[in-house]
Design a protein. Structure first.
Length: 373
């Protein structure tokens, strides 16, 4: 007998966050989140996404033991401004029991129908800066901190429960030695002269902050054409600045500006924190913070987290300026492997940017949908 309970208390939310710690306790590849940060993500007083979105959280029980979880999410910006009548769901984990996964998804479907929404899609987060997709390939490699890991059986549950593939994503990697500077070094000099551009270098986080709002504005502009995009609001900008920027080495943030100091391109790279997070076991204290700090200083692997070019400058080679800056930084740091976050497989523009580095796809993931009418 499966019982599903909507949860509200801090104690229950902590159980919600900690359920995967038990589900994946024997996995070498699952990367635990920082528990306190996950709880903040779900805190309606701290996360500004709740000004424009709502979420309900459910736990599934079998014989009084927690056997699954799901977050049912409505992003009202998406529904009202984009007319995407989508019921989102994420943080969806479960034992290999179809009664469990079915019971949890039925909660999401019921909420969607009661709000006159047309379909469900997941797993996704609240916005485009959250994790996305159920993994369908690449189970034998460690998950970056910015993606979900899952057991291979998850995919069969979606299919059996009437869900179909909505979007496909790939994650790729390439050794830094694949990067040949002659592919962009000369070109970037020409581009800087032709368009009167310059690259900004940072050594301290506080140097980045005056440009951070412009970066999120440019993020909104450069990704607006993607089918899944929901813009970041001003309140969310403040939240993400506090949550992310301090995690990133300032020298891994690259901005390109025009003669008026207006931002035309940016990229954010993060050190690979996965192994440090495994050692931290979900806690910053007493030792977790030290593991993360060590990775921030000395990790030889990096993750390309975001890259954005102003629509007026797309296809004009601005990414060559950015890559040249990273080439110099990574050479100094002794970087060995570059990873990329999940990218939509139909995003041709982004794939063209990387083709010179001979990337290898090592993970794939999907979101699944189900019509509600």
């Amino acid at each position: 007998m499966i019982t599903v309970k909507e949860i509200h208390s801090k104690k229950e939310l902590k159980q919600f966050v900690k359920f995967p710690f038990n589900l994946y306790k024997d996995s070498k590849y699952w990367v635990p989140p920082i528990i306190s940060q996950e709880l903040q993500t779900f805190d309606k007083k701290k996360n500004p996404i709740f000004k424009d979105a709502e979420a309900r959280f459910f736990l599934a029980y079998k014989n009084d033991e927690i056997v699954g979880r799901i977050a049912a999410i409505i992003n009202w910006l998406e529904v009202k401004e984009q007319n995407q009548k989508k019921m989102r769901f994420g943080w969806f984990d479960f034992i290999d029991d179809f009664d469990v996964s079915r019971a949890l998804l039925e909660q999401v479907e019921a909420i969607g129908k009661s709000n006159q929404l047309e379909y469900t899609e997941g797993p996704v987060g609240f916005s485009n800066l959250d994790k996305v997709g159920v993994m369908t390939e690449g189970f034998d490699s460690i998950a970056p901190m910015i993606t979900w890991y899952n057991h291979p059986y998850y995919v069969e549950h979606y299919k059996k429960l009437g869900y179909t593939i909505e979007k496909s994503y790939s994650e790729s990697k390439f050794p830094f030695k694949n990067v040949k500077p002659e592919a962009f070094a000369k070109a970037q000099e020409l581009i800087k002269r032709r368009y009167n551009l310059k690259a900004l270098k940072f050594t301290k986080t506080e140097e980045v902050m005056p440009y951070a709002d412009k970066m999120f504005d440019l993020f909104n502009e450069s990704y607006a054409s993607l089918s899944s995009f929901v813009k970041i609001t001003d309140a969310q900008k403040e939240y993400f600045k506090e949550k992310f920027i301090s995690f990133v080495n300032p020298e891994y943030i690259k901005f390109v500006v025009d003669k008026n100091d207006e931002l035309v391109g940016f990229a954010i790279v993060m050190p690979a924190f996965a192994e440090a997070l495994q050692k931290a076991k979900g806690k910053l204290f007493p030792f977790g913070f030290n593991h993360i700090l060590k990775a921030k200083k000395s990790s030889k692997n990096v993750i390309f987290y975001l890259i954005g070019i102003h629509p007026d400058y797309q296809n004009k080679g601005v990414h060559a300026v950015i890559f040249n800056e990273y080439y110099n930084t990574f050479t100094d740091k002794g970087i060995e492997t570059c990873f990329r976050t999940p990218e939509l497989e139909d995003n041709e523009a982004i794939h063209k940017i990387w083709k010179h580095f001979d990337p290898v796809v090592y993970k794939r993931r999907k979101t699944f949908r189900k019509n509600l009418n």
